[in-house]
Design a protein around this ligand. Sequence first.
Ligand SMILES: Cc1ncc(COP(=O)(O)O)c(C=O)c1O
Length: 412
Amino acid sequence: MEFLIPSHQQRPADDPIFALNAEANARKKRGEAVINATVGDLLADDGTLAVLPTVAEALRDVPALQAASYAPLAGPAAFHAAVIGELFGDHPLGAQAIAVATPGGTGALRLALANFLEPGQALLTSSFYWGPYKTLADESDRKLVTFRTFVLDEAGRPGGLDVAAFESTLESTLEKQGRALIFLNDPCQNPTGYSMSDAEWGALVSAIERLAPRGPVTLLVDVAYYLYGSGDPRAFLRHLEPLLGKVALAFAWSGSKSYTEYGARIGALLVCDPDENRRKRTFDALSFSCRGTWSNCNHAGMLAVTRVLSDPALRAKVDEERAGLKRLLDGRVRAFNAAAAGTSLVFPRYAGGFFSTVFVPAGKRVAEVAARLREEGIFVVPQGDGLRVALCSVAERDVPRLVQAMDRALGA
Ligand SMILES: Cc1ncc(COP(=O)(O)O)c(C=O)c1O
């Protein structure tokens, strides 16, 4: 007799990325010259996890009794204030925001799916997306629809964001289900590394504004990597202003990359709304969801980040340490762009962040190209029509070998 419900009987235990990472590490252990560009943790050039020492220290300094105690269901109020302050800075949207604590940005995405979509309805995101969006949708009995991410030229080279495709898919989604929840991961999108331009933000927001009267729309910006982009990380906020009050403006905030505490599971879902009553109802519903899913989050992690963000000296120190990590990453991005120039590699504009995705031309099988690379000890993630390259885990000195191997595998 099978005890699992039928729809759960064939579920894979392993995320494919974690499985590839395990194989890469096993081969490295056997002495092979492996380049492991699979996992989205920022590693130092010696292959160890790059951490912000001041955050690690703040975590160690949390008093044992406080760390051991339950956090409030939606997280401590000081944590809410700290995260709202971090994301919005001086921007007035911060005054209209509520936050609830979640286990990482993943928890924030989970809460958004459960509260802004009915069961059976589809989340809308770009055709290149972080795989767990689909897992999260499946797990909460929601679906996922995509719009074509990039405009392509005749040779299949990606240009900018396909805003027209976004608008028509949003329109059909609203027509079909009467409401929409959009996940946009920007800047430094996982998996493409793309960051939207000001003009693209403007066009996208105008499209949403045009369609918002047709039904409740929630725009969730997944800001997991926003402190690693090029330029002012909060510049995109001004583009969102026209949407305030017309759509639910939500943000999945994560402490994993920004504070290099992946395992502490620090995150938050933030929602901006100028209507005080609606804002309160949203906070209440999200708090209820917290209780009904994970009850409450890692108290020590939230206390540590709150302290780091509330103490100006500590915060400045962490910002400086992160700037060092960003320089490390930017060096790899530059090395990748330089090595790839003049090769067969086709990939979207890549100005910063943890990943890039190299397109695999029609006529070639993505899985076969990835397998050929693995024979050479190069591990990347086959995803859709591309290969995701996690430069966050590749030393700058290995980038030329990685690019040359990809060029050969794609040309073969
Ligand atoms: C696009 C994206 N969103 C959200 C997350 C959330 O990460 P976490 O749950 O560790 O905060 C990740 C992590 O890899 C990610 O790549």
